[in-house]
Design a protein around this ligand. Structure first.
Ligand code: ZN
Length: 284
């Protein structure tokens, strides 16, 4: 069973927090901020926690607290040597905090050996230590770790919580995925909207010659952002009965190709041609 952040706060107050937490949902930045807030709640020396002003809160917020550790994938995965290095540290005496917090970011990238080493640690949990696994999708975490951890679901921010218009619009285009919204913003919200609109126009009109002028030369990362945003738009159109579900399956296959293939532009042009061949309006 997943716990909400509010229930988590209660667990902190009542000193009933599990040794291993699994924080999932929302975006990477939101999860990171939540971990900082939790670390501050656990280490703050004032009555109203977190105060944001005491030495513990300040050190946590500036990333300089000696009892807060953050592990991230080295290249594409979190390997056993990283877990063993962490293990080295966490059985030692705590420096100055009340709690030691070990964040394992992108925990879906743990190798099986690393996950097993982590499981061993949880069998003999070090004192005053909380290990937090963070990932977008809980399904990507191996079941043995999932079953040991207290899962906490973090919902995405609401549309009204985004402060400026650009952010809110990127969030809309992302279908409520804060990570994708940030990537869309980096690329440019207006530029992304134009690209999506041009794509949809071409598959509706069937003007295949225009396909070859559709995509500008982009960074690999931006092609991936485009196809993720396209998937959101197409899904929405399928729900409204404007497109056949087959459009989405083609997008899924092309997404996989884009992650591997060097010529991303070509892969997207092929996708557009396939979509044209279905006829833009065909409802399956
Ligand atoms: Zn404080």
């Amino acid at each position: 069973m997943s716990t909400s952040f509010e229930l988590l706060k209660k667990a902190v107050q009542e000193n009933k927090l599990a040794h291993l937490l699994l924080l999932y949902g929302s975006g990477a930045k939101e999860r990171f901020n939540t971990v900082l807030e939790l670390a501050a709640m656990l280490n703050c020396i004032e009555d109203l926690k977190p105060c944001g002003e005491c030495p513990a809160c300040k050190k946590i917020n500036s990333g300089s607290h000696p009892d807060i550790h953050c592990l991230q994938p080295f290249k594409t995965s979190i390997g056993i040597e990283q877990i063993l290095a962490l293990q080295e540290k966490i059985y030692r005496k705590i420096y100055e905090g009340k709690y030691r917090i070990c964040l394992i970011d992108e925990a879906d990238k743990l190798t099986p050996a690393a996950a097993n080493a982590l499981l061993k640690i949880t069998e003999e949990p070090p004192a005053q230590t909380i290990i937090i696994l963070s990932c977008g999708n809980i399904e990507a975490i191996i079941p043995t770790l999932q079953s040991r951890a207290q899962a906490i679901y973090l919902p995405s921010p609401k549309l009204t919580e985004w402060e400026d218009e650009d952010e809110a619009e990127a969030f809309l285009l992302s279908g409520g995925d804060p990570d994708l919204a940030r990537k869309i913003q980096e690329y440019g919200v207006e530029k992304m909207k134009d690209l999506l609109q041009n794509y949809l126009d071409i598959i509706q009109t069937g003007d295949f010659l225009k396909v070859f002028a559709l995509f500008p030369a982009l960074e690999k990362e931006d092609y991936l952002t485009f196809i993720q945003a396209l998937a959101v738009t197409v899904k929405d159109m399928i729900c409204k009965g404007m497109l056949s579900p087959i459009f989405l399956s083609e997008i899924g296959e092309t997404s996989e190709l884009l992650k591997k293939q060097v010529n991303n532009r070509l892969a997207l042009e092929v996708l557009a041609l396939k979509h044209i061949s279905y006829g833009g309006n065909r409802i399956g």
